[in-house]
Design a binder for this molecule. Sequence first.
Ligand SMILES: Cc1cc2nc3c(=O)[nH]c(=O)nc-3n(C[C@H](O)[C@H](O)[C@H](O)COP(=O)(O)O)c2cc1C
Length: 393
Amino acid sequence: MLAVTGSVAAYKACEILRIFKKQGDSVRVIVSRGGEHFITPLAFSSLGAAKVYTDANEFDVDEKSVSMHLALSRWADCILIAPASADFISKMSCGIADSLLLTTVLASKMPIFIAPCMNENMYLNKITQENISLLTNLGVKIIEPEEGLLADFKPGKGRLPEPESIVKVVSKFFSEEKIFEGKRILVTCGATKEFIDPVRFISNGSSGKMGAQIARIAKEMGANVHLVYGEIKVDLPVVDGYSKVVTTEDMFKEVKNHFNNIDVLIMAAAPADFRPKQVQLKKLQKVEPLSLELEETIDILKTVARDKKEQIVVGFALQTEDLEENAIRKLNEKNMDIVVANSETNIGEDTGSVIFIARDGNRKELNNVSKDQIAKELLLLINDYLNRGGKNG
Ligand SMILES: Cc1cc2nc3c(=O)[nH]c(=O)nc-3n(C[C@H](O)[C@H](O)[C@H](O)COP(=O)(O)O)c2cc1C
């Protein structure tokens, strides 16, 4: 399903349709209310669209008396919105369902691709960026606009990529093997909290971004994903199961419960390492000097990995010094299969630098790349490791 919304780049959707047709795909087109101001439905039917719909069809039923939005959402293997207007993106991110396109998208369980295209200020506006980020976290695939001359001949970011590259992104998604089909992956993310008294706690600044990206991409790669999460500052990705936890002990119990039924454990969470020896039942009063006696919390990774059988165990080692050396020590001490050496500068950021070190000798360094790319590369390395049975070379 190709959907075209109200942007000056709507004409490029004709070429997108032609390329899909040339590949042998059957394409239906929805032209939004705004889209109709820029291009006519006739343009798409005369270029070979199987059927073309507009908001005039919003309250129609198909030949089997099924509402049009449900019929279309079931028919489509995927929905590509190109160009996608700011208006459409905002409405979709709020779940608004007042047009044929919005109701079809809301009813669809299939992959959705969005190619935003608009004036640079509109694109960079925090509202648009937050809507895009919300949709990304919900599993919508965003085809980023390019920088270049915009409609007003001023340079900026917001141009619709060329039709060939848009079609390539969609086709690649379908041709990529679902490498984790049949595999169960447990991912942990976020920070745990250890209470001092009813209102105060010990924790850390983990945002959960890395683990959420790993979970989302593992799901896209075909895995059955369960996410155990503590305090996070990002939206939850759409996966198969969730466990919300508070303390490190809670997280340990959840991981242990699932451990015998999974193929891969990826511990991207930042559990609190210490907790007060005694939790005060009432709010502590100000006294000086105040001393807190702390004890170590359970080492989740070390404890579960000790009894591992076939499971692949992947951990993150955050170090402030001797990054690689300490990460290798942890890999061995904690019986991990792969360790991700991680610096504290990555915390809460959208990008990061890491080193993957696998027990089979594989090593890969990534410098200043997006967490999306780190997640992808890590999952490819895990797949490679699984395929080689963790053997050298
Ligand atoms: C000449 C013109 C060009 C426009 N180009 C864009 C654009 O490129 N991207 C965008 O998001 N909105 C653009 N707009 C605004 C949208 O067309 C408007 O928000 C519309 O309501 C979107 O409707 P839709 O979401 O139903 O397609 C443009 C408006 C005009 C008048």
